[in-house]
Design a protein around this ligand. Sequence first.
Ligand SMILES: [Zn+2]
Length: 329
Amino acid sequence: MRVIPYLLVALVVLLLAVLWRHTRPVSVYQTSATPATLTVNAQTRLLIIAPHPDDEVLAAGGLIQQLRAADGVLHVVYLTDGEGYPQGVKAEHRRKKLTDVDYRSYGHQREDEARRVIRELGYGAWSQTFLGFPNGGLHRLMTAYWSDRQRAFRSKYTRLNRPPSSDVFISDTLYRGEDLSQELAEIIGAFKPTMILVPRQEDQHVDHCAAWFFVADALVSVRRVHPQFQTDLVTYIVHYNSWPFDDLVADLPPPDDLDPGVSGWLRVPLTADEVNTKRKALHLYKSQMDVMDWFLDGFVRTNEVFSRPASQSVALPVSKNVCDEFIER
Ligand SMILES: [Zn+2]
């Protein structure tokens, strides 16, 4: 029977194919061929922590639309107005010498844009809180400017050392770390989110990295007052090496050298309509599109990517500030 040698060859080829599939190099953190999906429903109370206006739509412009469709509740907290961005302020005012007033008005402009963006995604201004902390300074509040034993931090851009009084929940709030942590604890304790989205600590923008630490610290305070409080803490990433431009495909793959945490990477697949609405909402951040449209558009893909942190144990202030390595020099 001449067919037997062919069968043997076919079997060997099949065996080699299986072996190659299981031995080829893969991402160090790849845990599953099919990442899990992050879903929301009518019971979801979603709190998004955005260090700057635009982070909410970059990370979760599609998820917000799915939350709206499911009749869930949204709250977005902007830690800063994104006012400390000289390149952006120069583009708006078209002059080299900038004043503290220019930076403050740029922050107000970004707040107005954020209101239009959230309206485009189906929610109203009641879903937004602007805390008015200093752009580019949050990481300093984790160490040197933590408590009232030191003077408060002063922004080199706006010359302010406190948020506008209209933005504070606790009176006498200054640019101090413990004040920001208490404001966040107050918001979380009142809103009782079932899910919190926050940048992960590896995000290479100092404000994003610091946001993770402040939220983790605030959660410790919340659980002290509300011991039964449970929430699904989910992280997103915006700034990380050349990501998300490693693969210029419609899909958004996760960075392949980051730990996907306890649940593996979480995907949110978007419909064509959701992608279009995300793009439309994002383009309402005109002040940002003017200076970095190529970067922002890189987040308009057919899915969004999240993960759950491996550990949440954080206690501020810290003696060694890991966010310092992301200071732009
Ligand atoms: Zn940001």
